[in-house]
Write a protein that binds this ligand. Structure first.
Ligand SMILES: [Zn+2]
Length: 72
């Protein structure tokens, strides 16, 4: 499922098992949008993973959490 959020492409939407309040917009949300992070600049000795993802509130589009690593 793909949705457009401005110029960005939302790759996936995940449904929460129970509703939660967004800490930014204070609205109840039932899903999170997931956007991939791709590493574009890196220090020579960096051991950080190549990829990651951030999760956005579907209502206010604020980044709520993110992680690096190969979950997706
Ligand atoms: Zn929100």
């Amino acid at each position: 499922m793909e949705q457009k959020l401005g110029e960005r492409e939302i790759e996936a939407e995940f449904t929460l098992e129970s509703a939660a309040l967004c800490p930014h917009c204070r609205q109840p949300i039932e899903s999170l949008l997931v956007v991939r992070l791709l590493r574009t600049k890196v220090n020579f000795v960096s051991s950080l993973p190549r990829r990651g993802q951030v999760m956005l509130c579907p209502k206010c589009e604020v980044i709520l959490t993110g992680s690096l690593g190969g979950l997706i």
